[in-house]
Design a protein around this ligand. Structure first.
Ligand code: SAM
Ligand code: SF4
Length: 328
């Protein structure tokens, strides 16, 4: 699959549910309404959809959500996708909040998953509850222990929040690097109504980097994972630190990815509204010809880049769709 700007689309992120057991303040409203279960693709349909993308050249799959590990039997889907690793698929990964990881780590490793991303914004239990509205930090830490014991490599994703975790970021870096985990910092993106004030939370990573430069030596490195993060090596810890700054345009030109929601809607860009319905062609026939044509038509419309801007005056999200719909 090659889009109008010559970019090869080889990476698919699949959201398997819009539900979550947490309510992170930058992601969801406290009383978030979720889709009726009948709207969701079945696990079999999700597998068929992923298969169609793999046929068309996708080599890396990331399972996300909502919280992917709250979907019933999701490890069955991951096992079936894992069976395609090798010839047609290079990598199968997962992004999770870690709350259910202790139960599932072993099954993930068995399925052929080698690396996972765990989202964690603080190591303070009270602050963790404030950010996630009711989460238990201990559960996530136990999940990380179980995943490492199962042999999974972990990258920690941390959203930088002005009032909630700014002062704690150096300590989180030391903790992650001390356990052999990379850590990537993410700027908040203006997606979805969360009931929280985004302008209040927004913390540019340029400021974080300046903070960090006071306690660490940050050496730019060429390391890339095919994603938007830019990395530095922290001399004092020897570990890698990534920065994802979505409000700048530094990664659109090399974008190799598309995202599909749990209802089979394909988003060609995280920061644009345009989308294609793949559920109708998927359900119209057992033959993949219609589905394949719908995917081709969508890729031919992949936009050059995103349009994120925080509307500071109205404090409104740039896009009505929350991050939990496409999984980041
Ligand atoms: N529930 C899983 C988790 O938290 O890892 C997977 C889905 S979550 C939507 C994926 C990532 O998006 C998480 O790292 C989360 O911190 C990030 N995220 C959610 N809302 C965001 C926002 N408005 N801006 C920036 N990152 C956001
Ligand atoms: Fe749930 Fe992940 Fe969104 Fe937090 S960021 S509410 S864990 S989907």
């Amino acid at each position: 699959m090659i889009d109008p700007f010559g970019r090869h689309i080889t990476y698919l992120r699949v959201s398997v549910t819009d539900r979550c057991d947490l309510r992170c303040v930058y992601c969801m409203a406290e009383h978030q309404t979720f889709l009726p279960k009948k709207e969701l693709l079945t696990l079999e349909e999700l597998e068929r959809l992923c298969g169609a993308f793999i046929e068309k050249g996708v080599r890396r799959l990331r399972i996300t959500g909502g919280e992917p590990l709250v979907r019933k039997d999701v490890t069955r889907l991951i096992g079936r996708l894992g069976a395609r690793l090798g010839d047609s698929l290079d990598e199968l990964t997962l992004t999770t909040n870690g709350s259910q990881l202790a139960r599932h780590a072993h099954a993930l490793a068995e399925a052929g998953v080698k690396r996972i991303n765990v989202s964690l914004d603080t190591l303070d239990a009270a602050r963790f509850r404030a950010i996630t509205r009711w989460g238990e930090l201990g559960q996530v830490l136990a999940g990380i222990d179980a995943a490492q014991a199962a042999g999974l490599k972990i990258k920690i994703n941390t959203v930088a929040l002005r009032d909630l975790n700014r002062g704690e970021i150096p300590q989180m870096i030391e903790w992650a690097h001390g356990r052999g985990m990379d850590l990537t910092l993410i700027e908040t993106m203006p997606l979805g109504e969360t009931g929280a004030d985004r302008v209040e939370q927004y913390l540019p990573l340029s400021l974080v980097r300046a903070d960090l430069a006071r306690c660490f030596t940050l050496d730019d490195i060429d390391y890339r994972t095919g994603g938007p993060a830019r990395y530095v090596r922290v001399a004092e810890t020897g570990g890698r630190l990534g920065f994802i700054t979505p409000l700048t345009h530094n990664f659109c030109e090399s974008c190799n990815r598309v995202r599909v929601t749990c209802t089979g809607t394909l988003f060609m860009c995280l920061g644009q509204e345009d989308a294609a319905d793949l559920r109708a062609p998927l359900r119209a026939s057992q033959d993949d010809a219609l589905l394949s044509a719908a995917i081709d038509a969508a890729i031919a419309r992949k936009p050059k880049g995103h349009d994120f801007i925080i509307d500071r005056r109205h404090k409104a999200p740039a896009l009505a769709r929350p991050m939990s719909m496409t999984g980041g």
